[in-house]
Design a protein around this ligand. Structure first.
Ligand SMILES: [Zn+2]
Ligand SMILES: [Zn+2]
Length: 926
């Protein structure tokens, strides 16, 4: 006996309950104890493996629409694979998120009147941990609530002890291999956050500014060299002026020096390609400590590097009389002083590409500092390819594949132009760099554990490096550190490389590229269990060092007007709010259905409302089916074996719904195989709502109400088993309502603990029939036509009217065989077959397969009828013209698939007939 369902579908009541149940029952865990040892695969849980890493959300995070899309797609893939018998491991975790978390806690401190620096490092870090214990679990709770089928038994935090140990191991190994080094470098410095930030964290904005032209007197002459700059204050740190050796204007000045104005310091004129004769005067100032290109030129010419600013972007003692000034005050003073001395040759408006800190929006200052770097293009000691070369090669060879494919080009282009990665950050929250300096000589000791003495001089006076590692350093290691690395574990043999990564474009370089680099380096000797690899469909991939085999880059979620969501615009849609209103299932379904490849999603809550109605439709279908099961308890079919034991199909509609079901299963499986979430969602939707609810249930009512119990029982058997299969097919998209209804279908005792563990429908080609579906579509057309005519003629719903049809013999037999269905669904009292076309009759409907007329004496509104017919006629004429044009186009004929051309010819022939009929019907109206 099925459970009785409440009359109204209320997602909030259902969803929280199942979310809790799935976690409590540990349904999605793949415990190590269940993992077969080598050589025994193929037992228990099967050898096909599907593994996925979660882009770890920040511990400070809250679920936003981008996550919701990402998580929906990941969960669909996880559930779909699990239901198809893959051992499915989806690893959850959170990222400690250096800057973001530190800033959040600092803000909290500020509201208490406290400051990080007053507290000291240890107390502050403890405070962050405390914050994490209190608030850090919010995002994981949200993931549980939206139904993410992750393995919570393997949840990690990137600062967990075992992961931190792995980070130190990686750092030490790279240092020993000469791939991590300490160096002076121009970095992007944020004077607000007081830290170096990566190129990727700098946003460039075109900002109105000024271009200043400054005259530098050439020593021993009356000449000047004029240089241009948008940041005149940096001239205080100039150590040369460069001209191009090819530039004839300056040949006579080669080897001379200029007097740097304001600082009264002599600096050389150097010959360098940095100066381009085509631009301005062709001479440029060189400030190695404050510009990345000048820095490189400085290295080429051995120029001094004069740092004129402190970490807060105020001038320091190297700026002479300007010391103490903020950089923008200094700019004004410098310009005024130059003007006073007659050395300002020009000043004009100019659009300056200003780099700003992604977080604090401060203007980034290129700054010379000592940082830790990871070498990207340096070969290994034994000539092994560099990190970047390996990461490029595996993508070129297709060991890692991108969908959509164009991301491969973007990735490769980036890898070819890569710079060394500055991995140190001036923060307190994060993995502190495992390097120690001795007080005597500043020797560096890099070690896995805190060393007792300096490895060079033996001094015990050691201080640990205060910088921490970039957050992406530890998250880049997750594909193997989350599986127990540096130990070699059975987990790694099974789940590494993971199968699929679904992520956003914005972290392609931050994260995806780094994972590939780290994976290819540290897992270079790794071999995946051969039988698992083969069974999982990757026998053709040679390289097992890559962190994942497939990468799917998802779109952006924008608002309904296709605007990017932003707090400042106030157009941010909160998924939790949408879920509260329409339910998680409807929200998930919206995101899946709108995810067409390569196109951003214009999220419109109206769509979600529509899918809420879809869920409601399914709910009502279930209520109808359960009511019938209760009414005939002794005739109940035995369910028990999901996916099997279909009631034997008896009628056209039974065979038709089976054909539709199997066709849909095929289409959904094919679509998901190629990440066509939209296509898959669309197919399930059309089947469930259209074929099953609108047609099949209506058709089955005849038999469910039949006098003979066997007829009713068979009908119920097919109906319930199709319903069972349809629920399973929908389950990855709408896990909550399908779980609820599946449990109810089995009276609270389903054969498995969850529909998520039941089999996903696989199609059977033998049950798919084009002919059957065509026959059924003729009946559907006929029923819809009669309904339409009745509507036009304003026939009262309670009046049953006779119809006349003109058809060929085949269709006549079809209609005769299913006359009860036509009568019931189209409210027809009798069907008469006639020998001639019905085109002369007003209000007749014509299709290529039949003409039909409803006998109803009410006067026809000739004018309205004519208008309708003429509208149809015009539409068909346009279609015909279009078809003719295409069929006459040789290019089209050469390119289009045969099936398409064939279909077009057929349609053109049909149109001939239909147009003729429509014209004579108009004539008949007089
Ligand atoms: Zn900043
Ligand atoms: Zn030392």
């Amino acid at each position: 006996m099925p459970h009785e369902l409440p009359k109204a579908y209320d997602p909030s009541a259902i969803e929280a309950r199942w979310a809790e149940y799935w976690v409590k029952e540990r349904l999605f865990e793949v415990p190590t104890s269940k993992i077969p040892t080598r050589g025994k695969t193929g037992q228990g849980w099967g050898t096909r493996v599907f593994c996925m890493q979660l882009p770890p959300p920040n511990v400070t995070g809250r679920l936003h629409m981008g996550h919701m899309l990402n998580h929906t797609q990941m969960d669909i893939m996880a559930r779909w694979h699990r239901m198809r018998g893959f051992a499915t491991e989806w690893l959850p975790g959170t990222d400690h998120a250096g800057i973001a978390t530190q800033m959040m806690v600092e803000r909290q401190l500020a509201s208490e009147g406290k400051q990080r620096r007053q507290m000291g490092r240890e107390a502050f870090v403890e405070r962050v941990w405390e914050w994490k214990r209190h608030y850090g679990g919010a995002i994981a709770e949200q993931m549980k609530r939206v139904g993410d089928s992750v393995d919570w038994s393997r949840e990690y935090f990137t600062m967990d002890e075992n992961l931190s140990r792995a980070v130190r191991e990686v750092f030490v190994r790279l240092y020993e291999e000469g791939l991590i080094y300490r160096g002076k470098y121009i970095v992007n410095w944020c004077p607000g956050c007081l830290t170096a930030i990566s190129d990727l964290e700098v946003i460039h904005e075109e900002t109105p500014g000024k271009l200043y032209e400054i005259k530098y007197p050439v020593v021993g002459t009356n000449e000047f060299i004029t240089v241009a700059t948008t940041r005149p204050e940096t001239m205080l740190g100039d150590t040369a002026v460069a001209v191009n050796p090819r530039d004839g204007r300056y040949t006579h000045l080669h080897g001379k020096r200029v007097m740097l104005p304001l600082m009264e310091r002599e600096i050389p004129i150097i010959l360098d390609e940095l100066a381009q004769p085509e631009f301005g005067t062709g001479a440029v100032k060189v400030t190695p400590a404050h510009d990345p290109n000048d820095f490189q030129a400085g290295l080429r010419h051995n120029l001094p590097q004069i740092d004129i600013m402190d970490e807060t972007a105020h001038m320091n003692q190297n700026a002479g009389p300007y010391a103490g000034l903020d950089r923008f005050e200094a700019r004004e003073r410098v310009v005024a002083d130059l003007q006073q001395r007659g050395l300002l040759a020009g000043m004009k408006d100019y659009v300056v590409p200003v780099g700003k800190c992604d977080r604090s929006k401060d203007i980034v200052e290129p700054r010379l500092s000592t940082q830790w770097f990871m070498a990207m293009t340096k070969q290994g000691k034994n000539g092994e390819p560099s990190l970047a070369a390996r990461a490029r090669e595996v993508v070129e060879r297709g060991e890692v594949r991108f969908t959509p494919e164009n991301y491969k080009t973007i990735y490769l282009h980036w890898m070819e132009n890569i710079h060394d990665w500055c991995v140190s950050r001036q923060l307190w929250w994060g993995h502190r760099i495992p390097a120690w300096y001795c007080g005597e000589h500043q020797h560096i000791t890099v070690a896995r554990e805190t060393p007792a003495k300096c490895e060079t001089c033996g001094s015990t006076n050691l201080t640990q490096e205060s910088d921490v590692l970039d957050t992406w350093f530890s998250s880049g290691l997750l594909p193997f550190t989350s599986l127990g690395w540096p130990e070699r574990t059975r987990d790694q043999e099974i789940f590494y490389p993971s199968t699929l990564l679904i992520t956003a474009y914005e972290i392609l370089f931050f994260w995806v590229a780094r994972m590939i680099m780290f994976g290819c380096h540290f897992m270079r000797d790794h071999k995946q269990d051969a039988s698992i690899k083969q069974a999982s469909g990757f026998a053709d991939r040679a390289d097992d060092s890559v962190p994942f085999r497939e990468v799917y880059i998802h779109a952006l979620v924008r608002d309904a007007e296709r605007q990017k969501m932003s707090k400042t615009k106030g157009n941010v849609i909160d998924p939790i709010e949408i879920i509260g209103k329409y339910g998680t299932d409807a929200t998930r379904f919206t995101l899946a259905a709108m995810a067409s490849p390569g196109t951003d999603i214009a999220f419109n809550p109206a769509r979600t409302e529509g899918y809420r109605a879809f869920a409601n439709k399914i709910w009502n279908a279930a209520r109808f089916i359960f009511m019938n099961m209760e009414r005939a308890p002794h005739n109940n079919p035995t369910l028990g074996k999901t996916g099997q034991g279909w009631g034997t199909p008896q009628t056209l509609e039974d065979r038709w719904i089976l054909s539709r079901f199997h066709r849909t299963a095929r289409e959904v499986n094919e679509a998901l195989q190629t990440y066509r979430f939209d296509e898959a969602a669309h197919r399930v939707y059309t089947f469930f709502w259209g074929d099953f609810c609108d047609w099949y249930i209506e058709l089955s009512k005849l038999r469910l109400n039949a006098e003979e119990p066997e007829v009713a029982q068979t009908a119920l058997a097919v109906l319930t088993s199709i319903f069972d299969g349809a629920l399973r097919m929908l389950s990855p998209f709408m896990p909550f309502i399908t779980e609820e209804l599946w449990y109810a279908l089995y009276g609270g005792k389903p054969p498995l603990k969850s529909i998520a563990l039941a089999a996903f429908p696989e199609h059977d080609d033998a049950l798919i029939s084009d002919n059957l579906e065509t026959e059924m579509s003729v009946l559907q057309d006929l029923i819809v036509s009669v309904r339409q005519i009745r509507h036009d003629l304003k026939v009262e719903p309670k009046v049953s009217a006779p119809i006349r049809v003109f058809v060929d013999d085949g269709v006549r037999r079809l209609i005769e065989g299913n006359h009860e269905a036509v009568e019931r669904l189209a409210n027809v009292s009798a069907i008469a077959f006639v020998d001639s076309e019905l085109s002369k009759v007003a209000s007749a409907r014509h299709t290529a397969r039949f003409d039909v007329v409803v006998e109803y004496e009410k006067k026809v509104d000739a004018a309205a009828e004519r208008a309708r017919l003429e509208k149809d006629l015009a539409k068909m004429e346009a279609e015909q013209a279009n078809a003719r044009r295409q069929l006459a186009n040789e290019q089209f004929l050469a390119k289009a698939p045969e099936k398409v051309v064939e279909g077009l010819r057929k349609r053109a022939a049909e149109l001939e007939v239909l147009l003729e009929k429509a014209r004579s019907a108009i004539g008949a109206l007089g």
